[in-house]
Design a protein around this ligand. Structure first.
Ligand code: NOJ
Length: 741
């Protein structure tokens, strides 16, 4: 009986299952093709395009924004809901409210065709939980950790209903006066490429339609980092050779890694504004590199073609930008207002409009927005996820920090140091620890350095505080308190630096020295004759010549994000061992700019220097100290010569000769001694970071593939691989080998 009954149940459920399948299949087959999840994306897009009116297509090429740009917390929901056009292609969403986002999306889904809106936002170094600024991240040389941080940011972003971030920024910058230097991974080509790829992988995960994945956007294509004089939005002059061997490389590699969208920069490049650069946007990015998704203009970039002196009016601007390859128009409504007349006048063909819309819809389909248009609501990350995220951001902050100087003062020796004075404008500051582009990060979630030190060290030492001075200005009334605090302390920790808004967009500075008042403060405190640890928080390299002599130790902490102050406390106390190395040169003075490690060799190597200062920077690219001591062996090569199709293995043993476990990064450089088109003095081609326990040795290996590591592009992007002598270098150790025919 039981046996029979079991069979009946089984048949019953099998029957139900078949019925369900039948209903679903029939229901799916009754759906228009573009709504049928079982059909491939290409056919779905074609079907949708065939149903769209011209006006609907044009709206897909427009992006607007919701929320108050200046005060994102002050969003008037009713106003937003009534004003938002549900047929718009994309919205920049200044909120973390998934419910309101879904309410807007519902309006879109209820339109004639139900095309979902693509919500985008600037998630540059985290969304709520901020990790260090990209310039700091490059100094960590920890690519896997960074990928995890981007994954964490993607999840927070996704849960707020945002599916697309305008990141990573791959504008190599060698001018620290430019505010946006904080958004790149330093001055080097390879470093920007590797971290850019990690960001793409972290954001986009294993597939764009997976929960918690968001689309990446490479920006600001290309050369924006070379803004004249470090001023923002200005002209850029870059030779084709430099474009190909420097500025294009990170973009190309990130597209190879699957980056789905790209933003055209504000800059005018060699006379052709990037928004109107058909060759680079269409011929290179879309055709040669096969960008899978679309190209968006930067904010008002299409309209700005008028300001840049390239076109007369918005209609001409729309025509130029559209024909050049910009598919989506960010915020200026120029496409929305002008594409129709341009189509009517046959200046733009409908097939051209279709291919732009195709690219935009493709990204929406790939993100799964047609099948899953709504963001999950009320999902609160549990405490273990939050803890995990905090650990990642704290670890990344710690590994990004660079110990620039240490006259045996750090880590703090608690046997002899009992009283510490924490002095300076950054000591009690939380907001500026986040830097620029703070997403939805909140000051209240960030602990100041003073508070972190108190929390971590209060039971071992006494900690006093005196602000001393503000970030800038001339008010020295706090100097006396600072001096008094120093007099009663055994050690002074002076926290100086930049406000978050001193870097990022439209935040250039004519000089990169700290403001005079901050320089005066450290000089004044030094009169107390107590050891000084200078802890810096800044979004660009600083010129420290004036104050370096007053500090016994200097820790470059950058703008380290939500958990940054704890990372500082742990490094100062010795709980963590600093392992960052600079991804950008610290000039001696502002007058040395531009100065970077990979300059091309001079005609007279020892002449042509400045008469008034050294030509050497204060801290070069790759510089950084540790509490451990590492001894480098000589480089061993698998051969003294190789052929183009062979590999060469370089090995170096690095010994930790101290009694502290530490992390060491080996930066491998290659010098091409003689080339038809001269090469930089040296170029970073590989790096690796490893833990080396005290008194242990680790072997670092660089597997050299000539085509990848010894070649260089010509001015058209063709790879050149020439026989000759090459030098390989790691931490000053050098070996040479020949590439033979
Ligand atoms: C302008 C900035 O240049 C760009 O980086 C950013 O992504 C957009 N605004 C959107 O906020």
């Amino acid at each position: 009986m039981i046996f029979n009954w079991g069979y009946k149940v089984k048949y019953f459920f099998t029957g139900i299952l078949f019925m369900c399948c039948y209903i679903i299949t029939t229901a799916q087959s009754n759906l228009p093709i573009y709504k049928n999840i079982k059909i491939n994306i290409e056919d779905r897009i074609k079907d949708l395009l065939s149903r769209m009116t011209i006006q609907e297509k044009i709206l897909q090429t427009s992006q607007s924004y919701v929320g108050n740009n200046d005060n994102p917390n002050n969003i008037n929901k009713e106003e937003i809901l009534s004003n938002t056009n549900p047929q718009i292609g994309s919205l920049i969403y200044y909120s973390d409210d998934a419910k309101m986002r879904n309410a807007i999306q519902t309006k879109a889904m209820n339109t004639r065709l139900g095309i979902p809106i693509l919500f985008g936002f600037d998630v540059i170094h985290g969304f709520k939980n901020l990790y260090p600024i990209p310039l700091a991240v490059g100094c960590s040389w920890n690519v896997n950790l960074y990928e995890q941080a981007c994954m964490m940011a993607a999840k927070e972003t996704y849960l707020a209903g945002i599916n697309w971030t305008f990141s990573p920024m791959l504008d190599i910058s060698r001018d620290p006066r430019w505010g946006r230097v904080s958004e790149c991974y330093g001055e080097d080509v390879y470093t920007n490429a590797v971290f850019g790829v990690a960001a793409v992988k972290g954001y986009q995960g294993n597939g764009l339609s997976n929960p918690y994945s968001i689309a990446a956007c490479l920006k600001h294509f290309v050369g924006y980092g070379l803004s004249e004089g470090g001023r923002d939005y200005t002209y850029t002059e870059i030779s084709n050779q430099t474009l190909w061997d420097t500025y294009l490389i990170p973009y190309q590699q990130a597209i190879n890694a699957g980056a789905i969208t790209l933003m055209a920069g504000f800059n005018n490049l060699n006379g052709i504004p990037m928004i109107a650069n058909h060759f680079l946007l269409t011929d290179i990015v879309k055709k040669r590199w096969q960008l899978p998704g679309f190209i968006v203009s930067d904010w008002n970039g299409v309209h700005q073609l008028i300001e840049q002196g390239n076109v007369l009016n918005n209609k001409e601007a729309a025509l130029k930008a559209f024909k050049s390859g910009v598919d989506l128009d960010m915020t200026d409504d120029v496409y929305k207002d002008n594409l129709l007349p341009l189509l009517n006048e046959d200046k733009i063909r409908i097939t051209e409009l279709d291919s732009a819309v195709y690219r935009i819809l493709k990204v929406k389909f790939m993100l799964g927005l047609f099948d899953n248009p709504y963001a999950p609501e009320n999902i609160i990350d549990d405490s273990s996820t939050q803890l995990h995220d905090k650990l990642i951001s704290e670890k990344l902050a710690s590994e990004s920090m660079v110990l620039l100087k240490n006259k045996n003062i750090l880590p703090i020796d608690f046997k002899h140091i009992h009283n510490i004075a924490v002095i300076g404008p950054m000591s009690m500051d939380s907001l500026d620890l986040m830097g620029s582009w703070i997403g939805r990060g909140k000051e209240i979630d960030v602990t100041s350095v003073y508070t972190a030190l108190k929390r971590k060290l209060n039971n071992v030492i006494n900690i006093s505080f005196a602000k001393g001075a503000d970030f800038d200005g001339t008010d020295t009334t706090g100097f006396e308190d600072a001096y008094k605090a120093a007099m009663t302390a055994d050690l002074c920790i002076i926290c100086l630096g930049e406000k978050g808004i001193w870097s990022g967009e439209n935040a250039s500075r004519s000089s990169i020295e700290l403001p005079y008042i901050q320089e005066q403060l450290i000089k004044m405190v030094s009169k107390a004759k107590k050891p000084i640890v200078l802890v810096l928080f800044n979004g660009r390299p600083l010129a420290l010549k004036n104050i370096e002599p007053y500090a016994d130790a200097i820790l470059e902490s950058w703008q380290p994000g939500t958990m940054g102050a704890f990372a500082v406390a742990d490094i100062l106390s010795g709980k963590s061992n600093p392992s960052g190395k600079l991804d950008i040169t610290f000039p001696l003075t502002s007058g040395q700019i531009p100065i970077y490690y990979s300059m091309r060799p001079k005609a007279r190597p020892s002449s042509g220097n400045y008469q008034d200062i050294s030509t050497q920077p204060l801290y070069p690219f790759g510089y950084g100290l540790s509490y451990s001591k590492f001894a480098y062996d000589s480089i061993k090569l698998s051969s003294s010569h190789i052929k183009k199709e062979e590999h060469l293995i370089a090995r170096i043993n690095v010994q930790n000769i101290s009694d502290k476990d530490g992390l060491e990064t080996v930066l491998w450089y290659i010098t091409d001694k003689t080339a038809s088109i001269t090469r930089p003095i040296k170029e970073l081609r590989f790096f690796e970071k490893k833990e080396i326990k005290k008194n242990n040795t680790k072997t670092f290996i660089f597997d050299i593939d000539p085509l990848r590591d010894l070649s260089y592009p010509d001015a058209d992007g063709n790879k050149i691989l020439e026989p000759g002598e090459f030098i390989i270098e790691a931490n000053g150790q050098k070996a040479s080998f020949d590439l033979i025919e």
